[in-house]
Design a binder for this molecule. Structure first.
Ligand SMILES: Cc1cc2nc3c(=O)[nH]c(=O)nc-3n(C[C@H](O)[C@H](O)[C@H](O)COP(=O)(O)O)c2cc1C
Length: 203
């Protein structure tokens, strides 16, 4: 039995599959979210993907839908049901994971803006759900005082950050801003959603 099927068995043994809503933003690293979707699904999570409009410049919904075996939310205004798709996901999520997270989406979350499907899920999220953000961006965007302030604000609200790592960035610069490895994000999700991990107190 491999690592994934062991994890899936462990999750299955504890009851219904934890629901991860995976928000994918308009970063050059968006393609890595396809592998992340696959790894999370294999690990036993129910994965629902939300793509921002910018993310769809880099990736399409098709691989996410196939690998997660769930519909993909790509537009706030396309409704298949009486209940808006973003509210449905906000209600059922155990975790909102944004990976890759852009500087823009981090700023919107910090400010509580809700002008697209992903930011609406973030703002309407049920209070029991955890939030994890894996940023990917140009190093200057990451170190900009506005981003630093937004990250501090979100950390103060209990949002967990994974990465970013340091190295050669796709924008050509060397520095901090690389999306954390998919395996690292998966391990952090598994740890966060394990029963033993208490929620940090709000600051
Ligand atoms: C080729 C290209 C790559 C980009 N990569 C990133 C990135 O890695 N991180 C980031 O924060 N913004 C990046 N951007 C800018 C975002 O796509 C832009 O801020 C967009 O409005 C983000 O929208 P979203 O947050 O709704 O996905 C990139 C833009 C282009 C054209």
């Amino acid at each position: 039995m491999n690592r994934h099927s062991k994890a899936a068995e462990a999750v299955a043994a504890t009851g219904p599959r934890p629901v991860v809503v995976l928000g994918v933003c308009g970063s050059i690293a968006a393609h890595k979210a396809v592998d992340l979707t696959s790894q999370l699904t294999k690990a036993g999570f129910e994965v629902h993907v939300v793509l921002t409009a910018s993310a769809q410049k880099f990736v399409t919904a098709i691989p996410f839908r196939t690998l997660s075996r769930q519909p993909v939310l790509t537009d706030l205004w396309v409704e298949e049901n009486w209940k808006p798709g973003h509210i449905k996901l906000a209600d059922v999520a155990d975790l909102l994971l944004v990976a890759p997270a852009t500087a823009n989406l981090i700023a919107k979350m910090a400010l509580g803006l809700a002008d697209d499907a992903l930011s609406c899920v973030a703002l309407a999220l049920n209070p029991k759900a955890r939030v994890m953000v894996a940023p990917a961006m140009n190093g200057h965007m990451w170190t900009h005082p506005a981003t630093r302030h937004n990250v501090e604000l979100l950390e103060g609200r209990g949002v967990e950050f994974v990465g970013p790592g340091t190295g050669l960035l796709s924008c050509g610069y060397e520095g901090q801003g690389r999306l954390a490895p998919v395996e690292t994000i998966l391990a952090r999700v598994q740890h966060l959603l394990s029963r033993e991990t208490p929620r940090p107190p709000a600051k």
